[in-house]
Design a protein around this ligand. Sequence first.
Ligand code: NAG
Ligand code: NAG
Ligand code: NAG
Ligand code: NAG
Length: 404
Amino acid sequence: MGLPLRGRRGCLLALLALALSSVLFFGHFYGPEEPRRSRLLQQETLQLAQAELPRDVRSHDLTGDSIMKRRCSKGSQINDSSKGESLCHSREKSSLCPWSLKSKVKSDPTLGRQFDFDGPVLMWSHHFTAEAWDRLKERRVPYGWHGLPYAVIASTVQLLNDSANSRLFNKTTSPDGCIRCAVVGNGGILNGSHQGKEIDAHDFVFRLNGAVTKGFEEDVGTKTSFYGFTVNTMKNSLIAYAEYGFTQIPKSKDIQYIFIPSDVRDYLMLKSAILGIPVPEGYDKGDKPQKYFGLDASAGKFKLLHPEFMYYLTERFLKSEIINTQYGHLYMPSTGAIMLLTALHTCDQVSAYGFITDNYKTFSDHYYEHQKKPLVFYANHDMLLEAELWKSLHQVGIMKLYQR
Ligand SMILES: *[C@@H]1O[C@H](CO)[C@@H](O)[C@H](O)[C@H]1NC(C)=O
Ligand SMILES: *[C@@H]1O[C@H](CO)[C@@H](O)[C@H](O)[C@H]1NC(C)=O
Ligand SMILES: *[C@@H]1O[C@H](CO)[C@@H](O)[C@H](O)[C@H]1NC(C)=O
Ligand SMILES: *[C@@H]1O[C@H](CO)[C@@H](O)[C@H](O)[C@H]1NC(C)=O
Protein backbone atom coordinates (compact mmCIF):
# COMPACT_ATOMS: atom_id res chain seq x y z
CA MET A 1 0.00 0.00 0.00
CA GLY A 2 1.55 3.27 -1.05
CA LEU A 3 -0.58 5.43 1.16
CA PRO A 4 -0.84 5.32 4.94
CA LEU A 5 -4.10 3.90 6.12
CA ARG A 6 -5.43 7.23 7.31
CA GLY A 7 -4.66 8.77 3.97
CA ARG A 8 -6.53 6.03 2.21
CA ARG A 9 -9.49 6.36 4.55
CA GLY A 10 -9.61 10.10 3.92
CA CYS A 11 -9.53 9.46 0.20
CA LEU A 12 -12.28 6.96 0.53
CA LEU A 13 -14.58 9.42 2.24
CA ALA A 14 -14.00 11.91 -0.53
CA LEU A 15 -14.73 9.19 -3.06
CA LEU A 16 -17.95 8.26 -1.40
CA ALA A 17 -19.12 11.86 -1.26
CA LEU A 18 -18.43 12.20 -4.97
CA ALA A 19 -20.07 8.92 -5.70
CA LEU A 20 -23.24 9.90 -3.92
CA SER A 21 -23.48 13.24 -5.66
CA SER A 22 -23.04 11.55 -9.01
CA VAL A 23 -25.79 9.06 -8.21
CA LEU A 24 -28.16 11.97 -7.78
CA PHE A 25 -26.99 13.77 -10.87
CA PHE A 26 -26.72 10.90 -13.29
CA GLY A 27 -29.74 9.08 -11.95
CA HIS A 28 -31.58 11.99 -13.44
CA PHE A 29 -29.47 12.30 -16.56
CA TYR A 30 -29.87 8.72 -17.64
CA GLY A 31 -33.60 8.84 -17.27
CA PRO A 32 -36.14 6.42 -15.88
CA GLU A 33 -34.81 3.70 -13.64
CA GLU A 34 -36.18 1.16 -11.30
CA PRO A 35 -36.33 2.96 -7.95
CA ARG A 36 -33.87 0.69 -6.15
CA ARG A 37 -31.36 0.72 -8.95
CA SER A 38 -29.52 3.97 -8.52
CA ARG A 39 -26.62 4.37 -10.87
CA LEU A 40 -23.23 5.75 -10.29
CA LEU A 41 -21.17 7.31 -12.98
CA GLN A 42 -17.55 6.35 -12.87
CA GLN A 43 -15.50 8.99 -14.43
CA GLU A 44 -12.60 7.06 -15.91
CA THR A 45 -14.40 4.12 -17.39
CA LEU A 46 -18.02 5.10 -16.91
CA GLN A 47 -18.29 1.82 -15.17
CA LEU A 48 -21.53 1.70 -13.28
CA ALA A 49 -21.54 -0.74 -10.46
CA GLN A 50 -24.39 -2.95 -9.49
CA ALA A 51 -26.40 -0.79 -7.22
CA GLU A 52 -29.21 -2.78 -5.77
CA LEU A 53 -28.60 -1.34 -2.39
CA PRO A 54 -30.12 -3.56 0.27
CA ARG A 55 -28.87 -7.06 -0.42
CA ASP A 56 -27.73 -10.16 1.28
CA VAL A 57 -24.46 -9.24 2.90
CA ARG A 58 -23.03 -12.70 2.39
CA SER A 59 -23.24 -12.37 -1.35
CA HIS A 60 -20.99 -9.30 -1.17
CA ASP A 61 -18.37 -11.01 0.87
CA LEU A 62 -15.25 -11.25 -1.18
CA THR A 63 -13.19 -12.19 1.81
CA GLY A 64 -14.89 -15.54 2.24
CA ASP A 65 -13.17 -18.85 2.01
CA SER A 66 -14.57 -20.13 -1.25
CA ILE A 67 -12.25 -18.26 -3.58
CA MET A 68 -9.14 -20.12 -2.65
CA LYS A 69 -10.70 -23.46 -3.39
CA ARG A 70 -9.40 -24.49 -6.75
CA ARG A 71 -11.25 -22.67 -9.47
CA CYS A 72 -10.77 -25.77 -11.48
CA SER A 73 -10.41 -28.58 -9.04
CA LYS A 74 -8.87 -31.87 -10.11
CA GLY A 75 -12.26 -33.53 -9.74
CA SER A 76 -13.83 -31.33 -12.38
CA GLN A 77 -11.03 -31.81 -14.85
CA ILE A 78 -13.07 -34.05 -17.11
CA ASN A 79 -11.89 -34.71 -20.61
CA ASP A 80 -14.27 -33.83 -23.37
CA SER A 81 -13.24 -36.49 -25.81
CA SER A 82 -15.47 -35.21 -28.61
CA LYS A 83 -13.74 -31.84 -28.61
CA GLY A 84 -10.37 -32.90 -27.32
CA GLU A 85 -10.57 -30.16 -24.69
CA SER A 86 -10.96 -30.21 -20.99
CA LEU A 87 -14.31 -29.06 -19.65
CA CYS A 88 -12.54 -26.99 -17.13
CA HIS A 89 -9.61 -25.63 -18.99
CA SER A 90 -10.21 -22.66 -21.20
CA ARG A 91 -6.77 -21.08 -21.25
CA GLU A 92 -4.94 -20.83 -24.49
CA LYS A 93 -2.87 -23.82 -25.50
CA SER A 94 0.35 -23.93 -23.56
CA SER A 95 2.79 -21.52 -25.00
CA LEU A 96 5.93 -22.27 -26.92
CA CYS A 97 7.19 -18.78 -26.26
CA PRO A 98 10.56 -18.79 -24.53
CA TRP A 99 9.97 -15.31 -23.12
CA SER A 100 6.50 -15.86 -21.71
CA LEU A 101 5.52 -13.92 -18.61
CA LYS A 102 4.20 -17.24 -17.31
CA SER A 103 7.70 -18.64 -16.89
CA LYS A 104 8.79 -15.49 -15.07
CA VAL A 105 5.80 -15.75 -12.75
CA LYS A 106 6.41 -19.42 -12.06
CA SER A 107 10.05 -18.86 -11.17
CA ASP A 108 9.10 -16.34 -8.47
CA PRO A 109 7.55 -17.84 -5.33
CA THR A 110 5.45 -14.79 -4.43
CA LEU A 111 4.13 -14.21 -7.94
CA GLY A 112 3.72 -17.95 -8.35
CA ARG A 113 1.24 -17.96 -5.46
CA GLN A 114 -0.60 -14.89 -6.72
CA PHE A 115 -1.09 -15.92 -10.34
CA ASP A 116 -3.08 -18.96 -11.33
CA PHE A 117 -2.86 -19.77 -15.02
CA ASP A 118 -4.95 -22.92 -14.85
CA GLY A 119 -8.45 -21.64 -14.19
CA PRO A 120 -10.81 -20.55 -16.94
CA VAL A 121 -10.80 -16.97 -18.23
CA LEU A 122 -13.84 -17.27 -20.45
CA MET A 123 -17.25 -18.73 -19.74
CA TRP A 124 -18.70 -20.94 -22.47
CA SER A 125 -21.27 -23.67 -22.85
CA HIS A 126 -19.00 -26.44 -21.61
CA HIS A 127 -18.69 -24.67 -18.26
CA PHE A 128 -22.42 -24.45 -17.73
CA THR A 129 -23.02 -27.38 -15.42
CA ALA A 130 -25.41 -27.90 -12.50
CA GLU A 131 -22.42 -27.60 -10.21
CA ALA A 132 -21.37 -24.28 -11.76
CA TRP A 133 -24.89 -22.91 -11.39
CA ASP A 134 -25.11 -23.94 -7.74
CA ARG A 135 -21.79 -22.37 -6.94
CA LEU A 136 -22.16 -19.15 -8.92
CA LYS A 137 -25.75 -18.43 -7.90
CA GLU A 138 -24.42 -17.68 -4.42
CA ARG A 139 -22.31 -14.72 -5.52
CA ARG A 140 -23.40 -11.36 -6.86
CA VAL A 141 -22.48 -10.18 -10.32
CA PRO A 142 -19.83 -9.79 -11.66
CA TYR A 143 -18.51 -12.66 -9.51
CA GLY A 144 -21.49 -14.92 -9.95
CA TRP A 145 -25.16 -15.10 -10.84
CA HIS A 146 -26.90 -14.24 -7.59
CA GLY A 147 -30.46 -13.12 -8.28
CA LEU A 148 -30.22 -13.60 -12.04
CA PRO A 149 -32.84 -15.77 -13.76
CA TYR A 150 -31.63 -19.28 -14.56
CA ALA A 151 -33.36 -19.19 -17.94
CA VAL A 152 -31.45 -16.09 -19.03
CA ILE A 153 -28.06 -17.38 -17.92
CA ALA A 154 -28.60 -20.87 -19.30
CA SER A 155 -29.89 -19.75 -22.68
CA THR A 156 -27.06 -17.24 -23.07
CA VAL A 157 -24.17 -19.42 -22.02
CA GLN A 158 -25.44 -22.39 -24.06
CA LEU A 159 -25.17 -20.26 -27.19
CA LEU A 160 -21.45 -19.89 -26.53
CA ASN A 161 -20.83 -23.39 -27.83
CA ASP A 162 -18.21 -22.77 -30.50
CA SER A 163 -14.59 -23.42 -29.56
CA ALA A 164 -13.99 -19.80 -30.62
CA ASN A 165 -16.01 -18.81 -27.53
CA SER A 166 -13.61 -20.70 -25.29
CA ARG A 167 -10.41 -18.90 -26.21
CA LEU A 168 -9.23 -15.44 -27.16
CA PHE A 169 -6.60 -16.31 -29.72
CA ASN A 170 -6.96 -18.37 -32.82
CA LYS A 171 -3.34 -18.53 -33.73
CA THR A 172 0.10 -17.36 -32.85
CA THR A 173 1.34 -14.85 -35.33
CA SER A 174 4.97 -14.42 -34.31
CA PRO A 175 7.76 -16.71 -35.55
CA ASP A 176 9.06 -17.27 -32.01
CA GLY A 177 5.65 -18.52 -30.86
CA CYS A 178 5.04 -15.55 -28.58
CA ILE A 179 1.74 -13.72 -28.32
CA ARG A 180 2.47 -10.03 -27.77
CA CYS A 181 -0.39 -7.89 -26.53
CA ALA A 182 -0.92 -4.19 -26.02
CA VAL A 183 -3.70 -3.09 -23.72
CA VAL A 184 -4.73 0.49 -24.34
CA GLY A 185 -6.50 2.38 -21.58
CA ASN A 186 -7.91 5.80 -22.31
CA GLY A 187 -5.72 7.86 -19.97
CA GLY A 188 -4.54 11.37 -20.76
CA ILE A 189 -0.93 10.19 -20.58
CA LEU A 190 -1.33 9.11 -24.20
CA ASN A 191 -1.93 12.65 -25.44
CA GLY A 192 1.19 13.53 -27.42
CA SER A 193 2.80 10.15 -26.64
CA HIS A 194 3.58 9.02 -30.23
CA GLN A 195 2.99 5.43 -29.17
CA GLY A 196 0.64 4.56 -32.05
CA LYS A 197 3.16 2.64 -34.16
CA GLU A 198 4.47 0.70 -31.21
CA ILE A 199 0.96 -0.21 -30.09
CA ASP A 200 -0.02 -1.41 -33.56
CA ALA A 201 3.13 -3.56 -33.77
CA HIS A 202 1.72 -5.96 -31.16
CA ASP A 203 0.00 -9.15 -32.31
CA PHE A 204 -3.17 -8.21 -30.46
CA VAL A 205 -4.46 -4.87 -29.22
CA PHE A 206 -7.05 -4.64 -26.45
CA ARG A 207 -9.16 -1.50 -26.10
CA LEU A 208 -12.12 -0.62 -23.92
CA ASN A 209 -14.99 1.77 -23.30
CA GLY A 210 -14.52 5.17 -24.98
CA ALA A 211 -11.65 4.02 -27.20
CA VAL A 212 -11.49 6.79 -29.77
CA THR A 213 -8.80 6.19 -32.39
CA LYS A 214 -9.82 8.47 -35.25
CA GLY A 215 -7.73 11.63 -35.09
CA PHE A 216 -5.44 10.12 -32.42
CA GLU A 217 -3.70 7.46 -34.53
CA GLU A 218 -0.23 8.77 -33.88
CA ASP A 219 -0.67 8.46 -30.13
CA VAL A 220 -2.89 5.39 -29.77
CA GLY A 221 -2.65 3.48 -33.05
CA THR A 222 -5.41 2.10 -35.20
CA LYS A 223 -5.46 -1.63 -34.58
CA THR A 224 -8.12 -3.21 -32.37
CA SER A 225 -8.29 -6.96 -31.80
CA PHE A 226 -10.45 -6.98 -28.67
CA TYR A 227 -12.92 -4.46 -27.34
CA GLY A 228 -13.90 -4.95 -23.68
CA PHE A 229 -16.91 -3.42 -21.95
CA THR A 230 -20.05 -3.89 -19.94
CA VAL A 231 -23.24 -2.92 -21.74
CA ASN A 232 -23.52 -0.12 -19.25
CA THR A 233 -20.02 1.29 -19.83
CA MET A 234 -20.32 0.87 -23.58
CA LYS A 235 -23.60 2.75 -23.80
CA ASN A 236 -22.48 5.44 -21.38
CA SER A 237 -19.25 5.90 -23.34
CA LEU A 238 -21.24 6.39 -26.53
CA ILE A 239 -23.14 9.17 -24.80
CA ALA A 240 -20.34 10.82 -22.87
CA TYR A 241 -17.61 10.69 -25.53
CA ALA A 242 -19.67 11.29 -28.67
CA GLU A 243 -18.36 14.85 -28.62
CA TYR A 244 -14.83 13.46 -29.03
CA GLY A 245 -15.82 11.27 -31.95
CA PHE A 246 -16.77 8.11 -30.09
CA THR A 247 -19.97 7.54 -32.05
CA GLN A 248 -19.57 3.80 -32.49
CA ILE A 249 -17.59 1.04 -30.87
CA PRO A 250 -14.70 -0.42 -32.89
CA LYS A 251 -15.97 -2.62 -35.73
CA SER A 252 -14.23 -4.81 -38.26
CA LYS A 253 -14.10 -8.39 -39.44
CA ASP A 254 -11.28 -9.18 -37.04
CA ILE A 255 -12.48 -7.50 -33.87
CA GLN A 256 -13.72 -9.68 -31.06
CA TYR A 257 -15.92 -8.42 -28.25
CA ILE A 258 -15.29 -9.21 -24.60
CA PHE A 259 -18.38 -8.94 -22.42
CA ILE A 260 -17.78 -8.28 -18.73
CA PRO A 261 -20.67 -10.00 -16.94
CA SER A 262 -21.58 -7.20 -14.51
CA ASP A 263 -25.35 -7.23 -14.85
CA VAL A 264 -28.19 -9.28 -16.32
CA ARG A 265 -28.07 -6.67 -19.10
CA ASP A 266 -24.79 -8.12 -20.31
CA TYR A 267 -26.24 -11.61 -20.63
CA LEU A 268 -29.36 -10.34 -22.41
CA MET A 269 -27.38 -8.22 -24.86
CA LEU A 270 -24.91 -11.03 -25.55
CA LYS A 271 -27.67 -13.53 -26.23
CA SER A 272 -29.50 -11.11 -28.51
CA ALA A 273 -26.28 -10.28 -30.35
CA ILE A 274 -25.62 -13.95 -31.11
CA LEU A 275 -29.22 -14.56 -32.18
CA GLY A 276 -29.36 -11.29 -34.14
CA ILE A 277 -32.57 -10.16 -32.47
CA PRO A 278 -33.59 -7.06 -30.48
CA VAL A 279 -33.09 -7.35 -26.71
CA PRO A 280 -36.32 -9.04 -25.55
CA GLU A 281 -36.61 -7.70 -22.01
CA GLY A 282 -35.12 -5.58 -19.25
CA TYR A 283 -33.32 -2.27 -19.23
CA ASP A 284 -32.22 -2.48 -22.88
CA LYS A 285 -35.50 -3.89 -24.21
CA GLY A 286 -35.87 -3.27 -27.95
CA ASP A 287 -32.24 -2.27 -28.41
CA LYS A 288 -30.69 -3.77 -31.55
CA PRO A 289 -27.28 -5.37 -30.98
CA GLN A 290 -26.38 -4.87 -34.66
CA LYS A 291 -26.31 -1.16 -33.91
CA TYR A 292 -23.23 -1.81 -31.79
CA PHE A 293 -21.56 -4.90 -33.22
CA GLY A 294 -22.45 -4.63 -36.90
CA LEU A 295 -24.62 -6.74 -39.15
CA ASP A 296 -22.24 -9.62 -39.74
CA ALA A 297 -21.23 -10.34 -36.15
CA SER A 298 -20.97 -14.12 -35.84
CA ALA A 299 -21.23 -16.00 -32.55
CA GLY A 300 -17.48 -16.66 -32.48
CA LYS A 301 -16.77 -12.93 -32.18
CA PHE A 302 -18.27 -12.79 -28.70
CA LYS A 303 -16.44 -13.73 -25.54
CA LEU A 304 -17.79 -13.69 -22.00
CA LEU A 305 -15.46 -13.40 -19.03
CA HIS A 306 -15.97 -16.16 -16.50
CA PRO A 307 -17.48 -14.91 -13.21
CA GLU A 308 -14.98 -17.12 -11.43
CA PHE A 309 -12.15 -15.32 -13.20
CA MET A 310 -13.63 -11.99 -12.12
CA TYR A 311 -13.70 -13.27 -8.55
CA TYR A 312 -10.17 -14.59 -8.70
CA LEU A 313 -8.66 -11.43 -10.12
CA THR A 314 -10.45 -9.20 -7.64
CA GLU A 315 -9.46 -11.42 -4.74
CA ARG A 316 -5.85 -11.92 -5.74
CA PHE A 317 -4.97 -8.60 -7.37
CA LEU A 318 -7.44 -5.86 -6.49
CA LYS A 319 -8.91 -6.65 -3.11
CA SER A 320 -9.70 -3.09 -2.16
CA GLU A 321 -10.48 -1.79 1.31
CA ILE A 322 -13.68 -0.46 -0.23
CA ILE A 323 -15.01 -4.02 -0.10
CA ASN A 324 -15.12 -3.83 3.69
CA THR A 325 -17.16 -0.66 3.79
CA GLN A 326 -20.91 -0.38 3.49
CA TYR A 327 -20.28 0.52 -0.15
CA GLY A 328 -18.51 -2.74 -0.86
CA HIS A 329 -21.27 -3.95 -3.12
CA LEU A 330 -20.57 -1.07 -5.52
CA TYR A 331 -16.96 -2.06 -5.93
CA MET A 332 -15.39 -3.90 -8.83
CA PRO A 333 -12.11 -3.48 -10.72
CA SER A 334 -12.27 -0.92 -13.53
CA THR A 335 -12.87 -2.05 -17.11
CA GLY A 336 -9.26 -1.22 -17.90
CA ALA A 337 -7.99 -3.32 -15.00
CA ILE A 338 -10.15 -6.25 -16.06
CA MET A 339 -8.82 -6.07 -19.63
CA LEU A 340 -5.21 -5.76 -18.52
CA LEU A 341 -5.50 -8.71 -16.13
CA THR A 342 -7.21 -10.71 -18.87
CA ALA A 343 -4.24 -10.03 -21.15
CA LEU A 344 -1.80 -10.96 -18.38
CA HIS A 345 -3.51 -14.34 -18.09
CA THR A 346 -3.63 -15.10 -21.81
CA CYS A 347 -0.75 -13.36 -23.61
CA ASP A 348 2.98 -14.12 -23.40
CA GLN A 349 4.03 -10.50 -23.29
CA VAL A 350 1.94 -7.52 -22.25
CA SER A 351 2.43 -3.78 -22.60
CA ALA A 352 -0.02 -1.37 -20.98
CA TYR A 353 -0.64 2.09 -22.40
CA GLY A 354 -2.91 4.81 -21.08
CA PHE A 355 -3.14 3.27 -17.60
CA ILE A 356 -2.89 5.20 -14.37
CA THR A 357 0.64 6.08 -13.22
CA ASP A 358 2.07 7.82 -10.14
CA ASN A 359 2.05 11.16 -11.93
CA TYR A 360 -1.53 10.91 -13.16
CA LYS A 361 -2.22 14.45 -11.94
CA THR A 362 0.03 15.76 -14.73
CA PHE A 363 -2.37 14.44 -17.36
CA SER A 364 -5.94 14.91 -18.38
CA ASP A 365 -8.49 12.24 -17.60
CA HIS A 366 -8.59 10.97 -21.21
CA TYR A 367 -6.27 11.45 -24.14
CA TYR A 368 -8.99 12.94 -26.31
CA GLU A 369 -10.19 15.81 -24.14
CA HIS A 370 -9.67 19.28 -25.57
CA GLN A 371 -9.01 20.84 -22.22
CA LYS A 372 -7.33 19.24 -19.26
CA LYS A 373 -9.81 17.53 -16.98
CA PRO A 374 -8.65 16.02 -13.71
CA LEU A 375 -9.05 12.32 -13.07
CA VAL A 376 -11.66 12.01 -10.32
CA PHE A 377 -12.05 8.88 -8.22
CA TYR A 378 -15.37 7.23 -7.44
CA ALA A 379 -16.26 4.60 -4.90
CA ASN A 380 -16.91 1.78 -7.35
CA HIS A 381 -13.24 1.46 -8.31
CA ASP A 382 -9.97 1.77 -6.44
CA MET A 383 -7.74 3.54 -8.94
CA LEU A 384 -4.89 4.06 -6.47
CA LEU A 385 -4.76 0.36 -5.75
CA GLU A 386 -4.76 -0.30 -9.50
CA ALA A 387 -1.92 2.21 -9.93
CA GLU A 388 0.14 0.36 -7.31
CA LEU A 389 -0.52 -2.96 -9.02
CA TRP A 390 0.58 -1.78 -12.47
CA LYS A 391 3.65 -0.15 -11.03
CA SER A 392 4.71 -3.26 -9.17
CA LEU A 393 4.05 -5.61 -12.12
CA HIS A 394 6.18 -3.28 -14.23
CA GLN A 395 8.95 -3.21 -11.64
CA VAL A 396 9.19 -6.99 -11.43
CA GLY A 397 9.21 -7.26 -15.21
CA ILE A 398 5.91 -9.06 -15.70
CA MET A 399 4.59 -6.35 -18.00
CA LYS A 400 5.65 -3.03 -19.44
CA LEU A 401 3.75 0.01 -18.20
CA TYR A 402 3.98 3.07 -20.41
CA GLN A 403 5.09 5.99 -18.24
CA ARG A 404 6.43 9.45 -18.92
C1 NAG B 1 -7.64 -36.98 -20.38
O1 NAG B 1 -7.14 -37.35 -21.63
C2 NAG B 1 -5.76 -37.62 -21.63
C3 NAG B 1 -5.31 -37.87 -23.07
O2 NAG B 1 -6.34 -38.37 -23.84
C4 NAG B 1 -5.50 -38.82 -20.70
O3 NAG B 1 -4.12 -39.12 -20.66
C5 NAG B 1 -5.99 -38.47 -19.31
O4 NAG B 1 -5.84 -39.59 -18.46
C6 NAG B 1 -7.46 -38.05 -19.35
N1 NAG B 1 -7.84 -37.59 -18.04
C7 NAG B 1 -9.00 -37.92 -17.49
C8 NAG B 1 -9.30 -37.30 -16.17
O5 NAG B 1 -9.80 -38.69 -18.01
C1 NAG C 1 -24.46 -24.66 -30.88
O1 NAG C 1 -25.82 -24.63 -30.51
C2 NAG C 1 -26.68 -24.35 -31.59
C3 NAG C 1 -28.09 -24.14 -31.04
O2 NAG C 1 -28.36 -25.05 -30.02
C4 NAG C 1 -26.59 -25.47 -32.61
O3 NAG C 1 -27.43 -25.21 -33.70
C5 NAG C 1 -25.16 -25.58 -33.09
O4 NAG C 1 -24.99 -26.65 -33.97
C6 NAG C 1 -24.20 -25.74 -31.93
N1 NAG C 1 -22.83 -25.60 -32.41
C7 NAG C 1 -21.84 -26.38 -32.02
C8 NAG C 1 -20.51 -26.08 -32.58
O5 NAG C 1 -22.02 -27.29 -31.23
C1 NAG D 1 -9.38 -19.42 -36.89
O1 NAG D 1 -8.52 -20.14 -37.73
C2 NAG D 1 -9.21 -21.00 -38.62
C3 NAG D 1 -8.18 -21.83 -39.36
O2 NAG D 1 -6.97 -21.17 -39.45
C4 NAG D 1 -10.08 -20.14 -39.56
O3 NAG D 1 -10.79 -20.96 -40.45
C5 NAG D 1 -11.05 -19.33 -38.72
O4 NAG D 1 -11.79 -18.46 -39.53
C6 NAG D 1 -10.32 -18.52 -37.67
N1 NAG D 1 -11.26 -17.90 -36.78
C7 NAG D 1 -11.14 -16.63 -36.36
C8 NAG D 1 -12.18 -16.17 -35.42
O5 NAG D 1 -10.24 -15.91 -36.72
C1 NAG E 1 -2.57 17.47 -25.26
O1 NAG E 1 -1.26 17.77 -25.63
C2 NAG E 1 -1.14 19.03 -26.26
C3 NAG E 1 0.28 19.15 -26.79
O2 NAG E 1 1.20 18.53 -25.96
C4 NAG E 1 -1.48 20.12 -25.28
O3 NAG E 1 -1.38 21.39 -25.86
C5 NAG E 1 -2.91 19.91 -24.81
O4 NAG E 1 -3.26 20.83 -23.81
C6 NAG E 1 -3.08 18.51 -24.28
N1 NAG E 1 -4.50 18.25 -24.02
C7 NAG E 1 -4.95 18.03 -22.79
C8 NAG E 1 -6.41 17.80 -22.68
O5 NAG E 1 -4.23 17.98 -21.82
